[in-house]
Unconditional design. Structure first.
Length: 137
């Protein structure tokens, strides 16, 4: 067993961070006895991706919990910090909600922003959730 530190995560570039998140999704699916093929990612990290870097797509009604909160979950992976002031720009460029976020909302999916540089302190997390429109934030 080995320990991964905050410094290890911070040292990852965008592409390696996206790969880590994809592999963690596969591990979570494997742990839940669900098909790892439900997790997809890849391609050019800087290509226009519509707002998602990693996607988990399970059959409607599939029960899942933990780090993949819904049967369809999209992850936007960012190396730089995503303070609350930047979140609306990410979710609604030019003031228009990204179609992929609308799609996820329509099917009761989840949209998660991951930043390897952001603080996970409770207040910082709640501030980011609030900026995303999460009532917990």
């Amino acid at each position: 067993m080995f320990e991964i530190t905050r410094d290890d995560i911070a040292a990852l570039n965008d592409e390696d961070l996206r790969t880590l998140i994809g592999l963690l999704c596969e591990a979570e699916l494997r742990r839940a006895n669900l098909p790892v093929s439900a997790a997809t990612w890849g391609g050019d990290q800087t290509a226009k991706d519509g707002g998602l870097d990693v996607r988990v797509t399970l059959r409607p009604g599939t029960k899942i919990k933990g780090f993949i909160p819904r049967a369809v979950t999209g992850f936007q992976v960012k190396k730089p910090d995503m303070p609350p002031s930047e979140i609306p720009k990410e979710m609604k460029p030019k003031g228009v909600v990204r179609p992929v976020i609308e799609e996820l909302a329509a099917i009761s999916g989840a949209y998660i922003i991951i930043s390897s540089s952001g603080s996970t302190a409770d207040s910082a997390l709640n501030n980011r959730r609030g900026a995303m429109g999460d009532p917990r934030g």
